[in-house]
Design a protein around this ligand. Sequence first.
Ligand code: ADP
Length: 585
Amino acid sequence: MKGRVVKVAGPLVVAEDIPGARMYDVVRVGERGLIGEIIELRGRRASIQVYEETSGLGPGEVVISTGRPLSVELGPGLMSSIYDGIQRPLDVIAAMAGEYVTRGIELPGLDRERRWEFVPAVEPGQTVKAGDLLGTVEETPLVEHRVLVPPDVPEGTVEEVRAGAATVEQTVAVLKTPTGRREVAMLQRWPVRRPRPVGRKLPPVVPLTTGQRVIDTFFPIAKGGTACIPGPFGSGKTVVQHQLSKWADADIIVFIGCGERGNEMTDVLLEFPELKDPRSGRPLMERTVLVANTSNMPVAAREASIYTGITIAEYYRDMGYDVALMADSTSRWAEALREISGRLEEMPGEEGYPAYLGSRAAEFYERSGRVVCLGSSAREGSLSIVGAVSPPGGDLSEPVTQATLRIVKVFWGLDDRLAQRKHFPAINWLLSYSLYTSRLDPYYAEQAGPDFPENRTRAMAIMQEEAELEEIVRLVGVDALSPRQRLTLETAKSIREDFLYQSAFHEVDTYCSMAKQHRLLRLILAFHDQALRALEAGAPLEALLELPVREKIARARYTPEEELERLDALAAEVATQVGQARART
Ligand code: ADP
């Protein structure tokens, strides 16, 4: 008996009598062997989500099950790769078949020829368990690839270990396990829809420092945390994503491009390989994996790309790395879910999205976390997720944004009005939030300064007061404000322009350490506090605002990291100048 196509509806194919059909197994459809996945089974009938263009496919064509779930290949060679949603290397395909992915093409995710210099970390006779380090290879100059005992080998004894050059398929270690001899190669496979196991989860108490002031100081993300960023066109989303990729203290970056409108995906493919890792000066791609859907790939492939990307990210987390995954945009993924759900004639939920949109999104974000990895060494790793959403018309009440906001703990509200006013990063400080701040504060208090949490709270209160005062000014004019209130407006302006504003393109300003963030904010608040006291003692506001030290505060963010003591000197200057202004009254 052979499986046969009975119906084709865009990316959805219905087939009957596929021998050995199981949910989520990969099948090959038709003469060309198009790649698909069984997403519904009813009696003899299977609904198949096909990851390739189905035009020309018709009833009667053969369908064969591979008997395996959709899986990724894991091993050295992932770094620097650019994959499509089902882990076919786009560069290899481009070389073979020109610009477009040729249908039915089957290509391994990892190069079978390339040899890697395997350096053992174990000796024969040693006992090991799942997750233990067997050896390393230099995957790129930036990444040491750690070859681990696979999760499905609970324990064993090393019988043999082979140092030296090996391809990903060659055996590098032989283990004696309770169930028999097991040859371990560097290549492992893992089904994408199943989270990889960890030892245990750890609380989100360490920040993922990004060097971006508005993020780190006001709306921080924890290592292993989740964040959402909406990106109205032209609001600076790309620049934020690039800054995070370059500067976040993550070892590994996984960037999933789910296919934006028009040509945006091709932009990512062109831009990312150009980025430099600022700390080493080497190409950022040496610690990056790109998963991208080219514009001609059908929507279903976007669905797969999310899982392909996160499984690769988990694999590096398991090695003990801090991994940052960015998905741009999860709205396109949700649209893929909606399209498939519609074709399956499921009961639609809000705006046609399936009712399980929220649970699917939750399952994805739940794969984040800071963890103790499997294995006896108690290695720690983390996987942080930043998901971009593209709400149509910037309407944050739409279902995908809402479903995402119910799950993630950080919201960076990019605002095109701020971008139009050339305030960058255009993250709206009144809309954004982070639910990690209180858990991270002990860390900040210790690392940045004991007064850091309090300064943030005070600065935010000033920003909120600014919004209220601006309302009054709009209604009755600035003259209605007291000198104290006008000082608050000036301080808020200083927080906006001298702290929140950060140029991604300025050599020094592009990255700001926590120590510098702490000092800058403290400086701005010190001026505020002392000026306030001078005001109360009768000093005129104008005289205080004209003090030369204000000009220096405005340029303080250009202070190089090696010269932070200059900011302390500046704080002393604030005290002297305000003191003098006060004495003159
Ligand atoms: P989007 O991806 O949302 O369409 P981009 O990230 O390409 O927008 O940003 C649009 C423009 O805004 C950039 O070309 C740049 O000139 C400016 N811009 C964005 N972020 C910054 C920043 N942090 N510093 C300086 N300029 C910025």
